[in-house]
Design a binder for this molecule. Structure first.
Ligand code: FUL
Length: 676
């Protein structure tokens, strides 16, 4: 008996002392792991560009124009903290070369501006505010310098290193140093006003830069350049591939920025940089284009949910504060994500796996809340399945995974199945389920199940999964968007794939289960009228606010006299397809098949980034009689739809004439034009 007991105890001990899996290289450094854990942090673009309505200053904008009157870095820090950001990266110098700290390396700096009578230091103010609010601090220092006379020659390289030296010596711990990829081109260059190109890999002596930074800030990540420890994702739209390896190979293949490389020899994870507005710097004309809540939520799942960190940019405004619309939207975003991922359904589920290498690595480690423990399969088992059983059926639409990345990134392919009342079904997910890495969040339409099984089909080595969570995120009930194209096809879109859409075409408020029709596909609406729609969540029975679109008569009801070409773009429901006209021909003239009562018109200027030449003065005629004449006051800064109403007149022929544009240019733009 005693003998058996000894065998039994030693079997248990052996089992629980199973050896940890060998790393599947490459693996992250402890500093990189700490960086992964930050997940979301902020970018602030602020500088001379802000005061000159520019994205890329040429290097010749006078330092005297930098003049924030109400600058408050504590407002930035407090706001960003409330938005869940873990740190802030400041554009200490952008491509224009203007330095936001009183550097000794160039005169083109804040001490030559009226701000605080030349005594200001933005890097100091923001780094202090970050410390006060418990945020980490990072620096963006553009390698390209369109002001410096020696740019392109050895002299500038020394200036650049002097700047790195100052910034790494005087402003406390840095968590990240950002080397922008935009390099060389036209610039002021001390008055030379010419084009200069450099070999970006070699010119700046990045290895020396990295040594300076890491010697003083061992935890800091280096973004960009040949010595990078984290990588750009190849776009500025806010997404990285659903397949996303944290590894990178030496190849020049551009795609690996977005998807990583399974065979890559270095651990260089992705950072998704995106602005909350179209531009990186503040422009009043973009005040109406702050990204919607739905868009930001999507960006989160396509960045943090795809094994990358999210660097969300805030263009600080002219006053020196984060604009209220931006901070409100970012706070809503943070609250929405926190709410979506609040109640982990797996905490009390019964978990089991088909393979595990011992008690220390048992399946139960994936829902023990400890990131240091993990479920691992045996060495010859680079696949496996794990099941969660619920006492009562649950509703679910999100599953979150984390690998134990200290041992490398492994999983190559997996899928999800549910069971309800003994019936199995595959769970169709919104995007492909391939890699996991530090974090992967999988979204799908809400399903009801009493058992969840995850099959890991393929992996670079035995599985090492540290965490699995599941949620039922409430539907994001945002108003749907309604648009009609030139062929009279109406499309209604909801931001949340989990919701249904209901609509009416007679102008009445849509009530689900009553007058509203369920939308399942685009439909033809060859009429004039008002379409109203709501997003509806069948689960909670809740509807979004109503969105309304008033549509004019279709183009079949009139003959287009002017313009001769491009009217389709003016009448297609999109602010991004634009017709340009020379000012002398800038006329929209329509002749209706039948007499109409005309009460007004609307003009939408181009919604494209950096669009110019908006019509700002007009005349409007009905049957040759002038019925309205005026200007669109603030259209340059606020290029939203301009609506003009007048006493209704009866007529057949309307003529809209552009009399001026915002840039006194020879041509002007029209994105959309309507008569009602
Ligand atoms: C880009 C720059 O050219 C933009 O101005 C901005 O700073 C963005 C973050 O990186 O490459």
């Amino acid at each position: 008996m005693k003998k058996y007991l000894t065998i039994f105890i030693s079997a248990i001990l052996l089992h629980s002392c199973a050896k940890a899996p060998e790393p599947t290289g490459p693996i992250p450094s402890p500093e990189q792991i700490a960086w992964h854990q930050m997940e979301t942090y902020a970018f602030v673009h602020f500088g001379l560009n802000t005061f000159n309505d520019l994205e890329w200053g040429g290097g010749d904008t006078p330092a005297s124009t930098f003049n924030p009157t109400d600058l408050d870095c504590e407002q930035w820090a407090a706001t960003l903290k409330a938005c869940g950001m873990k740190g802030v990266i400041l554009t200490a110098k952008h491509h224009d070369g203007f330095c936001l700290w009183p550097t000794k390396s160039t005169d083109y700096n804040i001490s030559k501006s009226p701000y605080k009578n030349g005594k200001g230091d933005m890097v100091r103010e923001l780094s202090d505010a970050c410390r006060k609010y418990g945020l980490k601090f990072g620096i963006y220092l553009s390698p390209w310098d369109r002001n410096n006379a020696e740019y392109g020659f050895p002299g500038y390289v020394e200036t650049y290193h002097q700047q790195i030296n100052e910034l790494t010596s005087n402003y406390g711990p840095l968590f990240e140093f950002w080397f922008d990829g935009a390099n060389g081109g036209t610039g002021y260059y001390g008055g030379a006003n010419e084009r200069r190109s450099i070999n970006a890999r070699e010119y700046y002596d990045y290895q020396r830069a990295k040594d300076t930074i890491i010697n003083r800030h061992p935890d800091a990540m280096i973004f960009g350049g040949p010595c990078q420890t984290i990588r750009w994702v190849g776009n500025e739209q806010g997404w990285v591939g659903a397949t996303n390896w944290a590894m990178l190979s030496d190849s020049e293949n551009y795609n690996q920025l977005t998807y990583g490389s399974e065979d890559g020899a270095s651990w260089i994870p992705a950072e998704v940089d995106v602005s909350i507005r179209p531009g990186w710097f503040y422009h009043q004309r973009e005040d109406h284009q702050v990204k919607t809540l739905a868009k930001l939520v999507d960006i989160y799942y396509n960045s943090v949910g795809h094994n990358a960190n999210l660097l969300l940019n805030f263009p600080v405004g002219l006053s020196g504060k984060i604009y209220p619309q931006d901070s409100l939207r970012a706070m809503e975003f943070y609250q929405t994500i926190s709410n979506e991922l609040k109640d982990n359904l797996l905490l009390n589920a019964k978990v089991s796996a088909d393979d595990e290498r011992g008690r220390k690595f048992s399946a139960s480690k994936v829902n023990d809340g400890n990131p240091e423990t993990y479920w691992a399969t045996n060495d010859d088992y680079p696949y496996g399945s794990i099941a969660f059983k619920f006492g009562e059926p649950v509703m679910m639409n999100r599953v979150l995974f984390q690998e134990y990345i200290a041992l490398g990134q492994r999983v190559k392919s997996f899928y999800l199945e549910g069971e309800l009342d003994g019936k199995w079904f595959k769970i169709p997910t919104f995007d492909t389920t391939t890699t996991i890495g530090y974090k992967r969040i999988v979204r799908f339409n809400t399903v009801k199940l009493d058992k969840l099984v995850i099959y890991f089909e393929d992996s670079r080595g035995p599985l090492c999964i540290s965490n699995i969570e599941a949620y039922c995120a409430p539907a994001l009930l945002s108003e749907p968007t309604i648009s009609r194209n030139f062929d009279n096809v109406v499309t209604i879109e909801s931001s949340d794939q989990n919701t249904e859409i209901y609509y009416t075409v007679d102008g009445s408020a849509p009530v689900v289960g009553d007058n509203a029709k369920k939308y399942d596909k685009p439909f033809i609406f060859r009429d004039k009228g008002t379409i109203k729609a709501v997003s509806y969540d069948a689960l909670s029975g809740k509807s979004s606010a109503v969105s309304t679109k008033t549509l004019p008569l279709p183009h079949e009801s009139f003959k287009v006299i002017s313009p001769k070409t491009g009217f389709d773009k003016i009448y297609d429901g999109s602010g991004f397809s634009v017709t340009y006209m020379m000012m002398e021909d800038a006329v929209v003239e329509l002749e209706y098949n039948e007499t109409q009562t005309i009460a007004g018109f609307s003009y939408l200027p181009s919604q494209g980034r950096d669009a110019s030449r908006h019509i700002n003065e007009y005349e409007f005629f009905v049957d040759g009689k002038l019925v309205s004449k005026g200007s669109f006051g603030n259209i340059k800064n606020n290029p939203i739809e301009q609506v003009v109403n007048f006493e209704p007149v009866v007529g057949k022929r309307v003529r809209f004439v552009a009399k001026g544009n915002t840039d006194n240019a020879k041509s002007c733009n029209i994105a959309e034009f309507r008569v009602f």
